[in-house]
Design a protein around this ligand. Structure first.
Ligand code: HEM
Length: 148
């Protein structure tokens, strides 16, 4: 269903077009962990390829949801505990989707990749460390909801 032959031309194609940060995140996610495509299915239909998943509106919408959560965390830097209940609930919902906790790290790496490749030198080591910490805070709150 997903082969090196499929991913390589896709990578060449994507490198030529100007990508939004969300598209960079999504592409990197499947480059690092292609099996994740199985967890995204809508109306009981599974995607038959990464390419199909990447171009579906439901999956694009999920990436937007991820970005919205990160954005909410950035906006609530001074009051992160106020997001605790929402984030633990979100973690609990994700356990039901069959995702493994470790896969959240892949999303984090993909986020850093999207920022780095989009911002270039502006994305300093300090900025990288700050984003990495912020994402870790979000994921640790989601993880606290895992067994509740
Ligand atoms: C919902 C999968 C990571 C935020 C969902 C759904 C699936 C899913 C299958 C339900 C269908 C949908 O709304 O599209 C995954 C997988 C992940 C992942 C496989 C990791 C590999 C994340 C992360 C965040 C996030 C890291 C936020 C930081 C959301 C939100 C929803 C959602 C906000 C909607 C929840 C609701 O309807 O109440 N996710 N997700 N997801 N996901 Fe994820």
């Amino acid at each position: 269903w997903v082969t090196e032959e499929e991913l390589v031309p896709l990578a060449v194609f994507l490198a030529r077009v100007s990508l939004t940060p969300s598209a960079r995140l999504a592409f990197r996610l499947f480059q690092l962990e292609p099996e994740l495509v199985f967890l995204f299915h809508y109306n009981s239909a599974h995607f038959s390829s990464v390419q199909e998943c990447l171009s579906s509106s439901e999956f694009t919408e999920h990436i937007r949801k991820v970005m919205t959560v990160i954005d909410a965390a950035v906006r609530s830097l001074d009051s992160l505990p106020s997001l605790e209940e929402y984030l633990t609930g979100l973690g609990r919902k994700h356990r039901a989707t069959g995702v493994k906790l470790e896969s959240f790290n892949t999303v984090g790496e993909s986020l850093l990749y999207a920022l780095e490749s989009g911002l270039g030198d502006t994305f300093t080591p300090d900025a990288r460390a700050a984003w990495s910490r912020l994402y870790a805070i979000v994921v640790s709150a989601m993880s606290r909801g895992w067994w509740r």
